[in-house]
Design a protein around this ligand. Structure first.
Ligand code: SAM
Length: 243
């Protein structure tokens, strides 16, 4: 997977992504990242990229031309015709399903806005997917771009050291993950559930499924509508609702 990130703050992306698991994945060549400073494409003496919005109103807007030129330059070096994701609170809300779909792509272009956003005309011309990370407004698209890249990267084979973990986590099958414990066996007077110490794999799996169902019911009941539930699962949930 190759990420091309169009931004006014490449150092923010570089620092964030070259840390921890994503940093190791870049070093190992499992993913690669190419940051492009939109300011480098401003054709004026002071590399100014923003201007006042027509019609008035608060704040400044990023101009179309530097964004277009930066995109054109990236496309000259790509083998494919990459999807262009504009990070915006006006996009469809990012989730694990979209992450999986995007992880199948060979290359992606991520466009980060700043100030009050970007001139609509260039967005109409180059953006294929407007994507939001949630119903709130941030100062720029850099953190949202990192959220997407982090989430997509961990779905790329080899990025996680234990290939298992991406499959058993929250949102798989529209359930949240069960609670987990590590050493010591007793902490602040609380002990690890007995079943997890039993070594009985079938019972452990049964307990984990039950806990995942209960946790989803308590914290994200909306997910259960789309979850693939067996008759046994439904019984567990009904019993819990009756309590
Ligand atoms: N005026 C815009 C609006 O009301 O839709 C908001 C602009 S915001 C202050 C500046 C930039 O931050 C946006 O262009 C976008 O790239 C990014 N941004 C802010 N909130 C976001 C979110 N929830 N998801 C994705 N990107 C976001």
């Amino acid at each position: 997977m190759k990420f091309h990130v169009m931004t006014l703050f490449p150092e923010m992306i570089e620092q964030g992504m070259r840390t921890s698991i994503t940093g190791r994945a870049i070093d190992a060549g499992l993913i690669s990242m190419h940051t492009v400073n939109i300011r480098d494409y401003a054709r004026n003496k002071h590399h100014k990229v923003d201007d006042y919005p027509y019609g008035g109103g608060a704040g400044m807007l990023m101009q179309a031309e530097p964004v277009y030129l930066a995109w054109e330059d990236i496309c000259r070096g790509t083998e494919t015709d990459p999807r262009v994701i504009y990070l915006t609170p006006q996009g469809s809300v990012f989730n694990q399903k979209l992450a999986k779909e995007l992880a199948e792509e060979k290359e992606l272009i991520l466009l980060c806005g700043h100030y009050e956003g970007i001139d609509e005309r260039v967005l109409e011309e180059i953006v294929t997917d407007p994507v939001s990370i949630g119903d709130y407004v941030l100062t720029g698209g850099e953190l949202p771009a990192m959220v997407l890249m982090d989430c997509i990267s961990r779905l790329v084979p080899g990025v996680l050291s234990n290939g298992e973990s991406a499959g058993t986590e929250s949102f798989e099958g529209n359930l949240l993950e069960y609670p987990q414990y590590t050493r010591p066996e007793e902490y602040h007077g609380k002990t690890v559930p007995e079943v997890l110490l039993s070594g009985h794999h079938a019972n452990i799996e049964k307990w984990r499924r039950e806990q995942a169902l209960i946790r989803t019911l308590e914290r994200r009941p909306d997910l259960l509508e789309k979850a693939d539930l067996s008759a046994e699962d439904k019984k567990i949930l009904e019993k819990r609702i009756d309590l």
